[in-house]
Design a protein around this ligand. Structure first.
Ligand SMILES: C[S@@+](CC[C@H](N)C(=O)[O-])C[C@H]1O[C@@H](n2cnc3c(N)ncnc32)[C@H](O)[C@@H]1O
Length: 236
């Protein structure tokens, strides 16, 4: 039986990365998802029978439990304004599957290693051919580390010739250091400074404008994000 992530389906860029790695190593490579949550980005690797490791700090996302969801009766897409204020949504609780339960149901345990680990604080000794993280760096749990530190910690677990993919949050107002502290939100082109000559940047995109995101589990108010994406290869 196929299970679902509370975060929806992975975007095509995840499958592009998976196919890039498969072209190179067929299925003989290892992947790591830092901040794997309930498996949105991890399950495609396990379903393809690729050895994948996932780290997260959220026990419910890992092992299952109850989470609060906003009750959204009418989906309204708002335009960005610096003074935007979300309405308060009523909340309902739902039982959610953790990644370990999803792997069990889909009979994929043999392909995945799941660990509760505060990644940026306690770096694992294992290294991987593909390292992927989506929107984990800005979490308050990681605010003691600079973005440079966090980027380098992700780089540290990539094997030679391996790939590192990061989806990250950018400051919507680059001069606002209160709402967008430098330890959480990248400024334009900042991330490139943290990739030295050991790395080849394969693709890089930073959105100019914020995108709207409706209230969802773990962020129960309507809000905006400005995203950046980088894919790099460790060439030395
Ligand atoms: C935004 S969620 C990812 C959700 C989903 N994958 C997506 O992007 O739609 C980021 C995940 O990173 C995890 N995370 C944040 N800091 C972490 C840390 N220091 N170590 C491990 N996981 C972390 C959070 O618990 C959360 O599950």
């Amino acid at each position: 039986m196929k299970t679902k992530s509370i975060w929806g389906n992975p975007p095509t860029r995840l499958y592009k990365l998976l196919n890039l790695a498969k072209q190179e190593w067929r299925k003989d490579f290892t992947a790591c998802i830092v901040g794997c949550s309930d498996g949105k980005f991890l399950m495609p690797f396990a379903r393809d029978h690729i050895k994948v490791t996932g780290y997260d700090i959220d026990e419910i996302a890992l092992y299952g439990g109850i989470k609060e969801f906003p009750i959204v009766k009418e989906k309204i897409k708002h335009s960005y304004s610096p003074n935007f204020k979300s309405k308060d949504f009523e909340l309902e609780t739902k039982k959610v599957l953790g990644i370990t339960e999803r792997l069990e149901i889909e009979n994929l345990n043999q392909y995945a290693t799941i660990e509760k680990r505060d990644f940026y604080r306690t770096l694992p000794t294992d290294k991987f051919n593909v390292v992927f993280t989506s929107c984990s760096l800005h979490y308050s749990a990681n605010q003691d580390f600079t973005l440079e530190d966090k980027t380098k910690r992700l780089q540290d677990i990539v094997l030679p010739n391996g790939y590192l993919y990061i989806d990250y949050m950018m400051a919507i107002d680059e001069n606002d250091y209160v709402n967008y502290p430098t330890s959480k939100f990248y400024r334009k082109n900042e991330i490139k400074n943290y990739f030295n000559d050991d790395w080849e940047i394969i693709s890089f995109r930073e959105n100019k404008f914020p995108t709207f995101e409706g209230a969802h589990v773990d962020c129960v108010r309507d809000h905006f994000h400005r995203f950046g994406y980088i894919l790099a290869r460790k060439v030395k």
